[in-house]
Design a protein around this ligand. Sequence first.
Ligand SMILES: *Cc1c(COP(=O)(O)O)cnc(C)c1O
Length: 359
Amino acid sequence: MNMITATKPFIPPIEGYTNLVEEIFKNKWFTNHGPLVTSLEKELQKHFGTEHLLLVSNGTIALQLAIKALDLKGKIITTPYSYVATTTSILWEQCEPVFVDISPNTFNADPACIEKAITSDTSAILVTNVYGIPCDFEAIQKLADAHGLKVIYDNAHGFGTKMNGHEISLQGDISTLSFHATKLFHSIEGGAIVCKDRAVFERLKLLRNFGHTSPTTFGDIGINGKMNEFCAAMGLLNFGFLEDILEKRKTQWLYYKENLTGTNYAIFDDGLVDGDFNYAYFPLLFKDEQSLLAKMESMEADGISVRRYFFPSLNTLSYLKNFQNCPVSEDISKRVICLPLYHELTIEEQDKILAHFKN
Ligand SMILES: *Cc1c(COP(=O)(O)O)cnc(C)c1O
């Protein structure tokens, strides 16, 4: 049986990749800020309209570097509705996550809940643009300004979502991106950091490269966060297909929407996005967890995998010291799946998936 997987990487024509690999072999330069990394970094800086963009090895190290570069201490207000890396990066940097609940409409951290959670120990707000849906940037920045807090956006899902013609990564003090193979735009493994401040940018550059200020001097406690040339090659190649990827995603997304409107399943209203949405994921809400599990089982038997994304709600992670209640996030994470959505998905496959959701 031909399986429909929950996700699949974008696969560019292999000739393009082998050409770039031949170039890498000729250069004999595999990593340490080689020509392809430099070239991809330049392309992305142009695309984002900022020089303050750095490529890194993945989206998780991007988050950890962001927390480190801003010298965050104590409590960081964060969302329980995200991938586990959002929380672990806070814990890994010896900070304490304070979970706030989400809006049931946008799945993003609710600014009213953020405001209530701010105390004198709060150093920052680190929240996710879930499924590429922009957070309420204005409300969050207002809170940050009023209380002297830093803002980091985990924008791992948000590549291609634009507001007023600009990528949403320009929001906050720092925004991080993931170019993991399952993301809309990928470099196999990879990520980027976009930051506002010049001094933070310079510090991030040091931190990414062991803290080297010269071959023999070290100005800061760094880590290895470098992207390699083979990943940059994939990124450069895929970047050329970005418009195709976004367009295809939108068509597929709207096809799901058209066919699921009026069924017993709640779908996200893309009209809520104030700007150009990247249509990265298609979340579907069930009435309860039991019906979700039953549906997953019958779809699996029909050769279709879907993904519980996000599950579990991160405030319920077993290794957290104290439990913090986030009823909306816990409820939604138990009832949500993301339907298969990737470049190669055909309309016939979408029809086969949709057949499981007819009333
Ligand atoms: C994918 C993802 C990450 C982690 O990115 P990697 O590149 O896989 O390390 C972090 N946060 C969110 C919301 C993600 O979806």
